[in-house]
Design a binder for this molecule. Sequence first.
Ligand code: NI
Length: 169
Amino acid sequence: MALLDIKKYPARVLKQKAVPVEKIDDELQQLIDDMIETMYAAPGVGLAAPQVGISKRLAVIDISMREETVPLLVLINPVILSQEGEIEFEEGCLSVPDYTAKVKRAESLVISALDRSGQQVEIETGGLLSIAVQHELDHLDGILFIDRLSPIRREFFKKKYKKKQKTED
Ligand code: NI
């Protein structure tokens, strides 16, 4: 296994719509293992393939550090079947370091995806897992949580972020 390099905003790959995974082969299994290791090392509760520079519809999620009973999820070509309610939560992202903001999302979801063995699964999620799933699915469509902020707050973020990058240079 290997740690992968996490792409940071404003990397272009983060803005691209990812393409469906077509083959679940050894290469993909390797990528999944590397993504899981990279997520744990960061540490983070989720990681989507575009965040490691691979524009494919694949994400790994593990919120067990917050909610112990929820297992590690590997989602290949995930689709939202239905969603309900509204929840607001302070989100962060490994690709947008040192910044968090409140984002509104659906409170509960039903999704369909392939697991890493290629089996079609349907998953019902609520609360934190539902937020994590929506955040990662957004990555597959080239959307970051900062894109979900109001225009004013997004401008504020951009200014703050640019300033921070300048001080680091
Ligand atoms: Ni993220």
